[in-house]
Design a protein. Structure first.
Length: 168
């Protein structure tokens, strides 16, 4: 039987104004207990460039830099069955979404959601009720930082992800 996988608690504090949503942590992240832990995932190098911190810093330092910048990180899915580590392996009949109504109540200053890739975008719009997030929330899909999205260059992704700094 396939194991039920669970995502992490959000990286967020009360000052968060921006939420970055992935779909579900990959196996390397689940094994490490850290968001975006796969060595070829470009999330941390991109955020390091945007926020001017050392991409080789300890995980706690990187998450502190996000918090200081008013950026929260979470996943759309709370749990799911998945074959392998890729989003394509997520079994839709097994997924549960995170408690977004509660999250947005605890973080009322968030006005922007940036999706890390297509799967996060589609799962959010398909499975999260419109009553679970503010009417004036501005949502935008960004190119996935996953190594599975290797067809787009780091320069292209960095330019797209710079949108976060424009609203910060």
């Amino acid at each position: 039987m396939m194991q039920l996988l669970y995502s992490f608690a959000p990286i967020a504090d009360e000052n968060a104004r921006i939420l970055i949503l992935g779909s579900m942590p990959g196996q390397a992240s689940l094994d490490a207990g850290q968001y975006y832990a796969h060595k070829r995932n470009l999330f941390w190098p991109i955020m390091a460039e945007l926020l001017q911190f050392d991409p080789a810093a300890a995980y706690e330092e990187k998450t502190a830099a996000l918090r200081a910048a008013g950026i929260a990180v979470w996943d759309v899915l709370q749990s799911c069955h998945r074959v392998g580590s890729l989003d394509a392996g997520i079994r839709h009949d097994s997924l549960t979404v995170n408690d977004f109504a509660g999250f947005f109540r605890r973080h009322p200053q968030i006005r922007y959601v940036f999706f890390n890739g297509e799967k996060a975008t589609s799962c959010f719009h398909r499975y999260v009720a419109k009553t679970d997030y503010p009417d004036d929330l501005i949502c935008q899909r960004l190119p996935s930082t996953s190594p599975a999205n290797a067809s787009q260059s780091l320069a292209f992704k960095l330019q797209a992800w710079h949108r976060i700094m424009e609203v910060k």
